[in-house]
Design a protein around this ligand. Structure first.
Ligand code: PLP
Length: 462
């Protein structure tokens, strides 16, 4: 399996190099040169398999010869062994023809565990074989960082440094990053906001001497292996509801477009997905772009669903690449405009392609809050604010086709918003109830690149 860049000017790579590289050298994102199709019979045969066996069947063709069959099976088994639900991604029914796909039973209570737990295993296996080491540095507004620390803690060939904005993540998110005691994981509280952290990470990747010296690697959501791991639960949910004999629709609370893009890949593989619906909070650049054709940044407004507070939705570039007939130069041109002018116009043909592929909707803060309250009363299900954005939007698209809304985080990860909506503080699951008693370990650093690089160099194991 070969992977190509959305900007058409980076080397073609195999799965292993794509995974370890993250961002392409031309600034683009890697995608498979061809999406391997599954036949209707192969999809039907997924019914009744365990989540792990489905994952193996669906992902195997993408991995090529990076791992052999037995090794890949074993890595998948390890990745999902720590989940708190035997189904891994259980479906609950909310109403007639409306289902909730609970993706928050992983170790850090957000869907990012599905991908991060797997790539922790894949990185470790690939690095153990080559004898290489890497230093993973990432910026987070909360969920990515906690999932990455949990996935890479204690691994021999990896050191992990996560930058989060001091004082601006929820207490559960912070404690998930600061309480693991393994020597290879480091939580860094940066004086600044999320953009400050992200800019520092970017600057580090552009400091080639430093980048090479510490062998910097990225695991943010543009990493193809993360998208791939998320393809699996679209199949598992759809097959439970009767696919491939019956089509299914999905609504996805969206920030960086990684999760919904995994649904797009599932459809490209042959899964009969009728509607794929982008749900945004009041940071609605994607909804506006699909409605008007103008992809124009507008400043991030904080919301009660902070993991979707984005200004530039990086994975959207992958959808644009297909919308422009896989013309890397056209994508590069749009991305240059985004950088220089804060936006770009999607051509009529490309917009028609995107509207065929995706529908969209948005939820205001009030609508999100009201959805949490109403759903709890009607069904007993407590939604996190991100999932509530999805449910609100999904309700405007209900039809005879089963609708699946992705529940992206556990309500206990965002207790303030949930308590404000329902009057009840959602408890942490039993298995992590001691989170508030564990000792914290964190280093506070100023917004300064050389201080940060010196700190990292001083703490990597060699
Ligand atoms: C990351 C995240 C999202 C957004 O996912 P994308 O792949 O960035 O679109 C939504 N909800 C929660 C809880 C998240 O952590």
């Amino acid at each position: 399996m070969q992977y190509i860049s959305t900007r058409g000017a980076a080397p073609v790579l195999d799965f292993e190099a794509t995974m370890l590289t993250g961002l392409a050298r031309d600034g683009g994102l890697y995608l498979p040169a061809h999406v391997p199709p599954m036949t209707q019979g192969e999809i039907a045969a997924l019914a009744g398999l365990s989540y792990e066996d489905q994952a193996y069947t669906i992902m195997r063709p993408f991995v090529g010869n990076t791992f052999d069959d037995e090794e890949f099976r074993a890595l998948i088994a390890k990745a999902y062994a720590g989940f708190g639900h035997p189904a891994r991604a259980p479906l609950k029914q909310l109403a007639d023809n409306h289902f909730l796909l609970e993706l928050f039973h992983g170790p850090t209570l957000a869907f990012k565990d599905f991908a991060m737990q797997l790539i922790g295993q894949l990185f470790q296996a690939a690095l153990a074989r080559s004898g290489d080491r890497v230093t993973i540095v990432g910026a987070t507004s909360g969920d990515t960082g906690s999932a990455a620390i949990e996935a890479f803690r204690g691994l021999d060939n990896v050191d992990v440094f996560i930058l989060y904005p001091h004082g601006r993540v929820s207490e559960v998110q912070r404690r998930q990053m600061t309480t693991p005691s393994e020597a290879n994981v480091h939580a860094l509280a940066i004086d600044g906001d999320f953009d400050t952290c992200q800019a520092l990470v970017k600057d580090m990747f552009n400091d080639f001497a430093f980048r090479d010296e510490v062998r910097l690697a990225g695991v943010n959501s543009i990493n193809w292996a993360r998208v791939l791991a998320q393809v699996v639960y679209y199949f598992s949910a759809a097959v439970s509801l009767g696919a491939p004999h019956r089509p299914v629709s999905f609504t996805v609370p969206t920030g960086n477009f990684g999760d919904i893009f995994a649904g797009y890949i599932a459809r490209a593989m042959g899964l009969p997905i009728e509607k794929l619906i982008v749900a945004t909070n009041h940071n609605d650049i994607l909804h506006r772009a699909l409605s008007s054709g103008g992809y124009v940044t507008d400043g991030v407004k904080p919301s009660i669903s902070p993991s979707m507070d984005i200004q530039v939705s990086s994975n959207f570039e992958r959808a644009l690449f297909d919308a422009y007939g896989r013309d890397g130069a056209a994508v590069a041109h749009s991305m240059d405009e985004l950088k220089s002018a804060g936006g770009f116009h999607i051509s009529q043909g490309a917009l028609e392609f995107l509207r065929e592929a995706f529908a969209s909707g948005r939820a205001s803060e009030e609508e999100t809050s009201a959805t949490i309250a109403r759903t709890a009363l009607a069904t007993g299900e407590t939604l996190c604010p991100h999932s509530a954005v999805g449910v609100h939007v999904a309700e405007t698209f209900l039809s005879a086709t089963p609708m699946v809304t992705l529940a992206t985080a556990h309500p206990a990860k965002f207790p303030d918003a949930v308590e404000a909506a329902t009057g009840k503080r959602p408890p942490l699951p039993e298995r992590m109830a001691d989170l508030f008693e564990r000792p914290e370990r964190v280093t506070r650093l100023a917004n300064d690149l050389s201080t940060l690089e010196a700190h990292i160099k001083g703490h990597i194991r060699t």
